[in-house]
Write a protein that binds this ligand. Sequence first.
Ligand code: MLT
Length: 328
Amino acid sequence: MNMQRRFLALATAATALALACGLATAQNYPAKSVTLVVPFAAGGPTDIVARTLAASMSKTLGQSVVVENKAGAGGTLAPAYVAKAAPDGYTFLIHHNGMSTAPALYRKLAYSPMADFEYVSQVVDVPMTLLARKDLPAKNLQELVSYVKAHAGKMNLANAGLGAVSHLCGMLFQKAIGTELTTVPFQGTAPALNALLGGQVDILCDQTTQTTQHIKAGTVKLYGVTTKQRIRALPDAPTLDEGGLKDFEVIVWHGVYAPKGTPPAVIEKFGNALRTALKDPAFVNRMADLGAEIAPESKQTPEGLRTWLQSEISKWGPVIRTAGVYAD
Ligand code: MLT
């Protein structure tokens, strides 16, 4: 055999072996528990979605999907960690809009949302709610705006760090009313909400997946939801648009990612279990009770998530750069 033929034979054998290994990986997958990394504190909105999803997916996969919280740096530590994890199908990331705002917010980012990941699927869309501590005197949005303006410089606003959706929502609120509040960052909106319940902070914009139960229990004051239409889970809650903040809209979308190079057959198997969860009544009903909507089917695919992420990066980049807000 001449050199060229020998090389071709070797290359063919290597391809066959790689294919066989890929198939074996997909057939036996998962052979152990799978980790789903959450970029914020346990008990918060991202964590609630992740744990409900993990419980449903574990039933289909026959192995546990274990949620791991890697909170910090406004939700950028977790993607940096997953981007460098082994691409073997045992580490995934769940993240929200922060995946699209971080490239503009952070001039130095340890990962690229468009280059360092494989895309699995979107999961749910979640409205946010504008809340204040229970004893804040303002009875509605108009009164809140007047109260904040009258107490300018004395009021604070909690969030989950620069890059969190609570930060984005709070930023849009301050811009809409033309008044700045003092920002108090936490490692997630679970500790932020605890601070609101304890009266240590005044205002918080947070997702219904965490806030619905507190709104219903009356332990926080609600000033409105961030969707254009009222939501089924909180039918009496006015929208912020109705309350006078025209066109105010923030919807939190969540997607699942894997490290770049994770085998396509594994992504498909994990993705299929995820799509099964999105039809599982246990998941669907819990999400509906918490105001979350299952992502449309067109976004329940790797390509659906990838194109959506790209469009969100293109949307938020100029907004953030024009506002001149940087995290670093
Ligand atoms: C956020 O504000 O980005 C999230 O609500 C954070 C969280 O899940 O705690």
